[in-house]
Design a protein around this ligand. Structure first.
Ligand SMILES: Cc1ncc(COP(=O)(O)O)c(C=O)c1O
Length: 436
């Protein structure tokens, strides 16, 4: 497999065949990303995916922040293959396994201890939304309170508890039942809200929760809102949120499911703000090569779970532990990856600012940090055209925001300089084509 010969010489994408193909004929209407990226993918390596006809695509989506270490990272693949061929146990509920022990030891050594974190590690079901459910249950159990404060534009998943703290009206409507015991505060910058104003509005919601429902159990927060439009909160606002959580006896939950595992430039997205969340949620990239996995990290003094109180069949998928251990070992024992995210983040920033400058009057702006950045278009229709034009040119890129008005750049963190620059060149070309 090679990533050479990409782009420019690639044939036009082949749309799926229509009603006769198995996906259209049999797969539920609920399918979504395949509508934006109508190809049948077959193989992948690093930051490149190939469809079944051999057409190459540069991936600026990375499974919404799942393949941070690149597709099929060879050392992780090798570790998984060796584990399987060696007869390693794949499924074990939450029984002890050598794979889980190796992961916990590596996570403690590489992530928790260097940051002075005493947090316990809970393995919920392997999706992000399951980690959110567990966190909400735990915060309510610890505090004996019901109300949770969530933020405008926040996204936390699709199961009912997670949906209750998710802002998207269309997603919420899918619940079909009320989604109670949640108060929404404005995220910094939403509707032009300044840092102080947004903090005052949060204080007000916390006071209302006290008056009406005995106080808030938790505040749930993304330090960079992914689905909400790549809104990166300032350290000042994040510290203000943490202070208010403490002052009101609410646990602070940081949902790092999309922004974590190095995406923002540090392992956890909250590190530059210097805050110490009570509960931290990881999923997506923690599983290394895209293996389903989720973690809830919580303070030992909050570990009041009864055994099996948040149970589930797939809590601890050993192949994910193997890949995750390899990822931590190869990418987080030193700061090489973090430094390369900073360098590549600056390249992305510069390229996006160039696009803004090249099209004055189009109301484009840049947002985000690390390798989680976005090009916001005042006109959502323009963002849609850019996404399509990029796809036509062999770039997989997604949109987010309330009206999908932000073109979101999330390449694998290990993307090569060549792929990054070619991806950015395609995007610049797509912006130009979409405008003219
Ligand atoms: C911040 C955040 N939290 C939770 C979730 C839900 O994760 P999952 O789709 O694995 O349930 C997502 C998914 O995009 C997310 O971005």
């Amino acid at each position: 497999m090679t990533s050479s010969g990409l782009l420019l010489d690639i044939p036009a994408p082949t749309a799926l065949a229509g009603p006769s193909d198995i996906f259209t004929r049999r797969e539920s209407n609920v399918r979504s990303y395949c509508r934006s990226f109508p190809a049948v993918f077959a193989t992948s390596r690093g930051a490149t995916m190939w469809d079944e006809d051999g057409r190459a695509y540069i991936d600026f989506f990375a499974g919404a922040g799942t393949v941070n270490y690149g597709h099929n990272e060879p050392r992780m693949v090798q570790a998984v293959v060796e584990y399987l061929t060696g007869g390693g146990i794949v499924h074990s509920l939450d029984m002890h396994t050598v794979a889980k022990r190796a992961f916990l030891e590596e996570f403690e050594r590489t992530v928790l201890e260097p940051r002075g974190m005493a947090h316990r590690v809970q393995c919920p079901g392997p999706t992000g939304t399951n980690a959110v459910e567990a966190a909400l249950k735990l915060a309510r159990k610890v505090t004996g309170r019901r109300t949770v404060i969530a933020f405008s534009n926040g996204y936390h998943g699709m199961t009912l508890g997670a949906l209750a703290v998710t802002a998207n009206p269309q997603a919420r409507a899918g619940a079909g039942v009320p989604l109670p015991h949640v108060r929404v505060a404005p995220y910094e910058g939403n509707h032009g809200m300044a840092t102080d104003e947004a903090l005052e509005a949060l204080s007000q919601q916390l006071r209302l929760a006290e008056q009406e429902d005995g106080g808030a159990a938790a505040i749930i927060l993304e330090c960079i809102q992914g689905e909400g439009g790549v809104n990166a909160a300032s350290p000042v606002w994040l510290r203000g949120v943490a202070e208010r959580a403490r002052a009101h006896g609410a646990l602070l939950i940081v949902d790092d499911i999309q922004a974590g595992c190095g995406r923002s430039g540090t392992f956890f997205s909250f590190e530059p703000a210097g805050i110490e969340p009570d509960i931290i949620l990881l999923s997506k990239a923690i599983g290394g090569v895209g293996m389903p996995m989720a973690l809830v990290l919580h303070r030992p003094e909050h570990d009041c779970w009864q055994p099996g109180e948040h149970n589930g069949t797939f809590r601890g998928f050993n192949l994910a532990f193997v890949a995750a251990t390899a990822a931590l070992r190869h990418f987080w024992r030193d700061d090489t990856l973090a430094r390369s995210v900073a360098t590549n983040g600056a390249i992305v920033r510069e390229a996006l600012l160039d696009m803004v400058q090249a099209h004055p009057g189009c109301a484009l702006s840049v947002r985000g940090r690390g390798l989680m950045q976005g090009l916001r278009c005042e006109d959502p229709a323009l963002a849609a055209r850019i996404g399509r034009a990029a796809w036509d040119r062999g770039l997989v890129i997604e949109r987010s925001g309330r009206e999908d008005e932000v073109v979101k750049l999330m390449p694998p963190l290990v993307i090569s300089d060549d792929e990054l620059r070619r991806g950015l060149a395609i995007l610049a070309e797509a912006v130009h084509a979409a405008i003219h």
